[in-house]
Ligand binder design. Structure first.
Ligand code: NAD
Length: 465
């Protein structure tokens, strides 16, 4: 695609001008983005997301616009200090020199984003990329086209194409972009496409951040506050219709509290969305027909594999609607226990020994998030120390994502690299090592020719420094 090539060339040429910008120049750009999100484009974004998957306006404010604003606020406070050279110590052998880490921009970056939080997961990384002084090309998801179109207007209203440019479209556009030798690629999406992106990046040795997904286990032990656990899990699961990378994917509930948990879970879900979630203005929809069908197939499969519907299970194809659903009794073959669910269906398994839960989790891929609801510090410690995950919330779900002082990302199958706040700034920067010699260098004493004295000195250096 000619336009992509031309803008890529323009960004290559412009990268040093942008890379040399001061903290306040970068913050000016971010202020413009903040203002656009808060004023001119707030309502158009709410309307676009409602058209795309009936997202309630308040959730657009809270889960799309607010996270980007809060990321910008943090950058405004910290960017000057993040950009300062960071002095490091020098061993005695480097006498006469000083050393520091200089954060330089990676250069020309590509951001490819998914549809489930299209604004948050496009402009969030953009904030970090701009803070670090990069030029950026963006490809949002084609599955939320109304939102992508408003985001294109936002970008065009603030940035020159040689700074930031957004390209709408699907796989073909993504592939054209991925053929270019970007300095860094920041991808958010599924592990399957993550592998395609990493493969393309390998051809140019572009560095990558991969923010992926997977199955996030949620444990409720016998000591937990069952009512609170049920409330927080129901909220984290059905927000955005379960289309959240860190949503609880499946539950492990201690056998002794299963009945109480199910009762509390139904109570809270009904309170959130009434008994007729289809009529609730606060309940989103599955993003499109394909994803609806994928989830409806899971429900059919569950019936054949021991599934007992504890709550919900109603589908309405014409509306891409599936009611909030809780299913117990599934056998190991059920597809709900194999694939990432990414929708409003929650399987529940019971346990008596926590060790079995740990073994089950460790037999699968490393999750993006792992949740534990417990009052027992020893249980919590045991689960954290004996499993691996991108993040964990103890006695809560999903909210760890929103603390931008924490790194956000997965581990292997759930991702590579970190986002948010300082970690996002680092991800879009190259940590350049700088050593400045300002007077006598002891290293000169170890240069050839290697006389017997220098050999002795070398032995002495190896031993003592
Ligand atoms: P996806 O991987 O299908 O698509 C993501 C992006 O990749 C889109 O822009 C799409 O156009 C592009 N794409 C799709 N196929 C491609 C190909 N063959 N080559 C190049 N680009 C291609 O993901 P999705 O369905 O949009 O999002 C859901 C997935 O994303 C889930 O697995 C979820 O867990 C994950 N996710 C992760 C995070 C996170 O922060 N870790 C956040 C949200 C979603």
């Amino acid at each position: 695609m000619k336009e992509i090539q031309e803008i890529f060339k323009a960004q290559i040429q412009h990268q040093y001008t942008l890379g040399n910008s001061s903290a306040s120049q970068r913050i000016n750009r971010l202020n413009a983005l903040k203002k656009a999100l808060e004023t001119t484009f707030r309502i158009p974004l709410q309307e676009a997301l409602f058209k795309d998957f009936k997202k309630p306006a308040i959730e657009t404010d809270l889960t799309e616009i607010h996270p980007v604003i809060s990321e910008i606020k943090l950058v405004k406070k910290q960017l000057k200090s993040w950009m300062q050279p960071q002095r490091v110590k020098s061993p005695l052998v480097f006498i006469g020199s000083s050393a520091y880490v200089h954060h330089e921009p990676k250069g020309v970056c590509l951001i490819i984003s998914p549809w489930n939080f299209p604004v948050n997961l496009t402009f969030g990384p953009l904030v970090s990329a701009i803070a670090a002084g990069n030029t950026v090309m963006i490809k949002p998801s084609e599955m939320t086209p109304n939102t992508a179109s408003v985001m294109a207007d936002i970008v065009a209203s603030i940035f020159k194409p040689e700074e930031v440019a957004l390209f709408q479209g699907g796989v073909t556009v993504a592939q054209s972009l991925l053929s270019l030798p970007f300095n860094h690629i920041f991808f958010t999406g599924s592990p399957a496409v993550g592998k395609i992106v990493m493969n393309a990046a390998a051809k140019n040795l572009s560095s990558v951040t991969l923010e992926l997904g997977g199955k996030s286990p949620t444990i409720v032990d016998a000591s937990a506050n069952i009512d609170q656990a049920a409330k927080k899990i129901a909220w984290g699961k059905f927000l955005n219709n379960g289309q959240i990378c860190v949503a609880p994917d499946y539950l492990w509930v201690h056998e002794s509290v299963k009945d109480a948990f199910v009762k509390a879970f139904i109570k809270h879900t009904t309170h959130f969305y009434t008994e007729q979630a289809a009529q609730s203005n606060d309940y989103s929809r599955i993003v499109n027909e394909n994803h609806f069908q994928r989830l409806a197939n899971h429900l059919e499969d569950a019936k054949k594999n021991g599934g007992i519907i504890e709550m919900g299970g109603h589908v309405e194809a014409s509306e891409n609607f599936i009611s909030p659903t809780l299913i117990s009794g599934l056998t190991a073959d059920a597809t709900l226990l194999k694939d990432e669910i990414f929708g409003p269906i929650l399987p529940l398994k019971t346990f008596t020994e926590i060790e079995k839960v740990i073994d089950y989790i460790n037999a699968g891929e490393k999750p993006l998030a792992l949740y534990i609801f417990s009052k027992k510090p020893s249980h919590i410690k045991k689960v954290i120390n004996n499993t691996r995950a991108g993040s964990t919330a103890i006695n809560h779900s999903v909210v760890q994502y929103s603390n931008h002082h924490l790194p956000f990302g997965g581990s292997n199958n759930s991702g590579i690299g970190k986002a948010h706040g300082y970690f996002g700034f680092q991800e879009f920067s190259n940590q350049r090592s700088i050593l400045k010699q300002f007077s006598f260098s002891a290293v000169e004493m170890l240069m050839p020719p290697y006389t017997p004295f220098k050999k002795k000195l070398s032995e002495w250096t190896t031993k003592w420094f």
